[in-house]
Design a protein around this ligand. Structure first.
Ligand code: AMP
Length: 210
């Protein structure tokens, strides 16, 4: 199962990806987590990305495409993967299609979590408050200014990615405003349909398009 989860920051991609990872036993490839690990480890890529990430902007396509290419080629991704936070630009989506195409593979589904922006801002404010109440450190890009920049980047760069996948007829939309359990159930239902269709395609009764 090869999946992409799309949605603005704070939409719940991380939560749902973690659940999908448990259910399908495939790796969750979060470019945000990988970049934060690179920052933590002070690798050259991490050091270059830190200031960009703190501001809430997107790191260069080449950086993330390289990271994802390595992950997809790793043995644990043979049975599939969940991409969480990638692709975030049409160029990244095209690079992904090329990587998969070279192996004669395709995505099984792209799931977009739709949420309304006012709710997103409230969610993020609650996350900051909770973190502070527990004595934790707030992510530099969760401040109101950086979060607004992330949302702007989403509208400018990532919204066209949904349109890109809609054209390829692999885009499925889920109401991300529903309670977490209901979102999980909705995704499960979509994927059961997708798996059935792909299976039919492999048996030669269908072209495999979902
Ligand atoms: P996330 O944890 O997915 O919200 O990502 C945190 C930050 O990492 C983003 O605001 C970007 O600065 C960077 N980042 C993560 N994934 C990507 C990507 N696919 N393309 C560019 N920048 C990314």
């Amino acid at each position: 199962m090869r999946l992409v989860l799309l949605g603005p920051p704070g939409a719940g991609k991380g939560t749902q990806s973690a659940r999908l990872k448990e259910k399908y036993h495939i790796p969750q490839l979060s470019t945000g987590d990988m970049l934060r690990a690179a920052v933590e480890a002070a690798t050259p890529a991490g050091l270059a990305a830190k200031a960009i990430m703190d501001k809430g902007c997107l790191v260069p396509d080449e950086t993330v495409v390289g990271i994802v290419a390595d992950c997809i080629a790793a043995p644990d991704a043979k049975a599939g993967f969940i991409l969480d936070g990638f692709p975030r630009t049409v160029r990244q989506a095209e690079a992904l299609a090329k990587m998969l195409g070279a192996k004669n593979l395709d995505l099984d589904a792209v799931i977009e979590l739709k949420v309304d922006e006012a709710a997103l801002l409230a969610r993020i404010a609650a996350r900051v408050k909770e973190t502070l109440a527990c004595g934790g450190t707030v992510r530099a890009d969760d401040t109101p200014v950086a979060f607004k920049t992330r949302l702007d980047a989403y509208h400018a760069e990532t919204a066209p990615v949904a349109a890109y996948y809609a054209k390829k007829a692999v885009l499925k939309t889920v109401d991300g405003m529903a309670p977490v359990e209901a979102v999980t159930r909705a995704i499960d239902q979509l994927l059961e349909g997708a798996v059935r269709t792909v299976r039919l395609g492999r048996e030669g009764h269908h072209d495999g398009t979902i």
